[in-house]
Write a protein that binds this ligand. Structure first.
Ligand code: GLU
Length: 419
């Protein structure tokens, strides 16, 4: 097994959906190729006086349903093809969730952990200023992703507003509360993961109460998913990050683990554990629910035969390769796909964007209620489609989600005369 190109994976998933929906090669091609790929130079004066030039991208995959929407990640291994794949997944995610958005994604090829705060700010401002003509409240609305956060969104708003001459808070989502953000957005993706995990557990293993869970990745998504799952009565027995993992068969205190990460930078410094484990071991633990909440391509054809979890809830984007998913489907593993499982972030982004446009009216309780409702309804719609229109033994839940999502985009493209 060699390198897996996420764009190739995304195209395979699209091809299957287009074929099953009975559309031809024209529809496939119209969706496989992104509408626009912008590459920008990100020149930054470093603290030591040297000039470094980073490369960034913003991909506009499809705008049939509305302005492009999707996060920006800072990652030393980010590539254009990965960004294209992620933008395509955003198109399906927004469509499946019934949002008035198309799909977009951005990335800067930089190791954010090695930047000082000043460098981090200058990278952010340089990237957004280079992109200023390609984003906008009704054009493209970025948000946080890996290694970006509400502070980065604040710099984006400020840079864009300065260039445009106005105050455009709705140009990005995932902002701090004082700049028109919603508190819910800070934990929304993790909460959404927990909500769908609860829904799927009800149907597959009789409920979330007492279910054992392993979480890979303890960033914004993984840590909040773990905390909400514990609140719902699940037992989170394992957690990990890039430095390694921890295991306790009696359950970890997920909030304490989060405090340890905030203080020391890693879950491995948490000591109320039975043993340390590797990331590889975490993925194959004998648990009820596995939540991969880190990066792409961690469940591959190599380790899929060893995966023992009955349910996988994809907190990350693209954690399971197509080959691995085929193996897991044959084993009967239920996979709640990324475009459904981790949609809580973008759903809340939509609430934030609407709120900005209306001048601010929504309370945290109301936003949270809307998020719950959207996640549960989308889960039910996907599950029902899977149960009534597909062969649950041979086809997986991702196929159901894709058929709903792709069909909605195709219908919009037809209405607009693009097909
Ligand atoms: N980066 C998140 C995702 O992959 C959120 C995107 C958004 O809120 O626009 O879904």
């Amino acid at each position: 097994m060699g390198f897996v190109d996420p764009y190739e994976e995304a195209k395979k998933q699209l091809r299957e959906a287009v074929d099953l929906l009975g559309y031809g090669v024209e529809v496939y091609e119209a969706l496989a190729v992104p509408e626009r790929v912008v590459q920008v130079k990100v020149p930054v004066r470093m603290d030591d006086g040297s000039l470094r030039v980073f490369v960034g991208w913003r991909v506009h995959h499809n705008s049939a349903l509305g302005p492009y929407k999707g996060g920006v990640r800072y990652h030393p291994e980010a590539t254009m093809n990965e960004t294209i794949a992620l933008s395509m997944w955003m198109t399906w995610k927004c469509s499946l969730m019934g949002l008035p958005y198309g799909g977009g994604k951005g990335a800067v090829r930089v190791d954010a952990l090695r930047l000082s705060r000043g460098e981090y700010e200058r990278v952010s401002r340089a990237y957004f200023s280079a992109l200023s003509r390609f984003v906008g409240v009704d054009l493209d609305i970025p948000a946080p992703d890996l290694f970006t956060n509400p502070q980065v969104m604040s710099w984006y708003v400020d840079e864009y507003s300065r260039i445009m001459g106005g105050q455009y808070f709705g140009v990005v989502t995932g902002k701090p509360e004082d700049l028109g953000g919603l508190r819910v957005r800070t934990y929304a993706t993790g909460l959404g993961v927990a909500i769908v995990a609860r829904e799927v557990a009800r149907r597959v293993i009789g409920g979330i109460e007492g279910a054992t869970v392993a979480v890979q990745g303890y960033g914004n998504v993984g840590s909040n998913a773990a905390i909400f799952l514990e609140e719902m009565g699940a037992k989170v027995v394992a957690a990990s990050d890039i430095y390694g993992g921890i295991y306790n068969s009696k359950g970890l205190s997920t909030r304490e683990v989060k405090e340890t990460v905030d203080k020391t930078g890693s879950v491995i410094n948490y000591d109320k554990i039975e043993r340390k484990i590797s990331n590889e071991e975490l993925l194959t633990l004998d648990v009820d629910i596995l939540v991969p909440a880190a990066v792409e391509n961690v469940i591959t054809e190599r380790n899929a035969p060893e995966v023992k979890a009955k349910i996988i809830v994809e907190g990350a984007n693209g954690p399971t390769t197509v080959e691995a998913e085929n193996i897991l489907t044959e084993k009967g593993t239920v996979i709640v796909p990324d475009i459904l499982a981790n949609a809580g972030g973008v759903v809340t982004s939509h609430i934030e964007w609407v709120n900005n446009r209306m001048g601010g009216w929504i309370t945290e309780e109301e936003a949270r209620r809307k998020l719950e409702e959207k996640m549960v309804n989308a889960f039910k719609a996907t599950w029902n489609y899977w149960e009534t229109k597909l062969d649950m033994k041979k086809q997986n839940m991702r196929t159901a989600a894709y058929l709903i999502a792709v069909d909605r985009v195709v219908k919009a493209m037809k209405l607009r005369g693009w097909l």
